[in-house]
Write a protein that binds this ligand. Structure first.
Ligand code: MN
Length: 465
């Protein structure tokens, strides 16, 4: 990877190149100016979702913020791609579909010069583009293309924000909605932004926009569900590659490599969280991700992986017997975990069940099992919650106190971890709430122990170990 220069010099000829770029949809797409755009059935999609969906989300948010103003900042590209592959801020992407680094969003329900939805993009920088690729810049054409009333340069952001939150706005007690962590949390760009607002605009009433967005993001649209299904299917493929290749003597990281290969060859951007491949004693460590141990005969291996596709992540866990066959003890614990998962899924009542209800069902089921480790009932070793929402974040946003709504996608993942026996078992699947009940998005990934053993045996017949 080339090392960036210390000083920036603008080369005039590069600006000429920039000026020559044609401004119509096809040229913008083919020039790669909108990194996550594609044309489908004659209309533009951003991040594999239709443009009008982002518009509908902005409208829905404005309906809730009424006469207030919403200001959001996207993420920055700060290291010319050295530190990480750029990933847009989730809330920003959810509302805009725009993955241009350094962007801002302003929603003004009462309008700013008749514009209600204003996107701010950095002016094109040919020098920067040599390092991180072409970017779309602010213009009227861009506004039309991306479905905004106006797309201005980011250098205009402060001025416009000051104008729309002027003294009259403030004296009426109208709120500015933004991401407000208050005093909590670490220093982030968002927090700095809010702190600066607090200091610079006296009398400005700040409101945290996150709870509103969290409730919106909790209910997935058809296109979001399709992306989650794709992420699940890719993760499923990674799990199957582990199932077919795992064996005593191999290293955990070799299994991780198989998983990542499945992710990347299917177009995932990255794993949605660090891959967990824990064998033997590490199968009992919940977020183990060193993945350095050699897998031993007799180990259970917990494989907890999720692909991120178009910024939506799956979260699937399977537990494999390293040598292809569970011991009787491993098998009875495995069956209990599986039965608890099925009991929770079966116990789901549309419009009624909360996550806590399902957690109670699974926990109760495990508690009532005759199995023991020493004197202890098995629920003693079920040391985490039953599940969580998935979406743009692996532990996605949304209030858990309400019944799980239609359109929510979440995990059911009971687990039993007994360090003294070196046995850990977790089984995690992803479910969509529908009008009728739960739809298991990961139903194609086998979880019954006899099926796992049969498939492992089948894979081994064609291989030497
Ligand atoms: Mn999970």
């Amino acid at each position: 990877m080339p090392f960036p220069p210390f000083a920036r010099r603008i080369r005039p000829f590069a600006c000429v190149v920039c000026a020559l770029v044609l401004f119509h949809t096809l040229s913008l797409l083919s020039a790669g100016l909108i990194g996550n755009a594609a044309e489908r059935n004659g209309s533009l999609q951003l991040g594999n979702q239709p443009l009008n969906e982002y518009k509908a989300r902005r409208q829905k948010l404005m309906n809730q913020t009424k006469d207030g103003v919403v200001a959001l900042i996207g993420d920055l590209e700060e290291s010319n791609g050295i530190d990480r592959k750029f990933r847009q801020n989730d809330n920003f992407l959810y509302l805009t579909g725009v993955d241009t680094p350094g962007s801002y969003l302003l929603l003004v329900p009462e309008g700013y010069q008749t514009a209600r939805e204003i996107l701010f993009l950095p002016a094109r920088d040919p020098q920067q583009e040599r390092w991180t690729g072409p970017q779309i810049g602010p213009s009227e054409e861009t506004a039309k293309l991306l479905g905004f009333d106006k797309v201005l340069a980011t250098t205009e952001f402060s001025r416009v924000l000051n104008e729309v939150t002027n003294s009259e706005f403030r004296s009426k007690g109208k709120p500015l909605y933004t991401v407000d962590y208050g005093q909590a949390g670490s220093r982030t760009r968002e927090r700095e932004f809010t702190d600066n607002l607090r200091k610079s605009a006296t009398g400005l009433k700040l409101m945290d926009v996150r709870p509103l967005l969290a409730e919106m993001r909790k209910v997935k649209s058809a296109s979001e569900i399709a992306l989650l299904q794709k992420a699940v299917d890719i993760s499923n493929e990674g799990q199957m590659d582990v199932l077919r290749n795992i064996a005593p003597g191999k290293y955990e990281y070799e299994m991780e490599a198989l998983v990542l290969a499945a992710f990347y060859r299917n177009g995932a951007e990255r794993p949605g969280y660090p891959c967990i491949v824990g064998s033997g004693i590490y199968s009992t460590v919940l977020h183990y991700n060193k993945n350095k141990k050699q897998i031993e005969d007799g180990d259970t291996v917990v494989v907890d992986v999720g692909a991120e596709f178009s910024q939506y992540t799956a979260d699937l866990t399977r537990t494999f017997p390293a040598n292809g066959k569970f011991t009787p003890r491993q098998r009875e614990i495995y069956q209990l975990v599986l039965d608890a998962q099925e009991a929770a899924a079966k116990g789901f009542k549309p419009g009624e069940s909360t996550m806590a209800d399902l957690n109670y069902i699974a926990r109760d089921f495990i508690h009532n099992s005759p199995l023991r480790s020493g004197e202890l009932t098995m629920d003693t070793f079920f040391i985490h919650g039953l599940g969580h929402f998935i979406g743009m974040n692996v532990h996605d946003v949304g209030d858990y106190s309400q019944p799980l709504p239609v359109g929510a996608v979440f995990t059911i993942e009971p687990g039993i971890y007994i360090p003294s026996e070196k046995i850990g078992v977790r089984i995690e699947d992803n479910y969509l709430v529908t009008e009728k009940g739960l739809e298991k998005l990961s139903k194609n990934l086998p979880s019954r122990p006899e099926e796992i053993e049969r498939l492992m045996a089948e894979a081994r017949r064609g291989k030497k170990f």
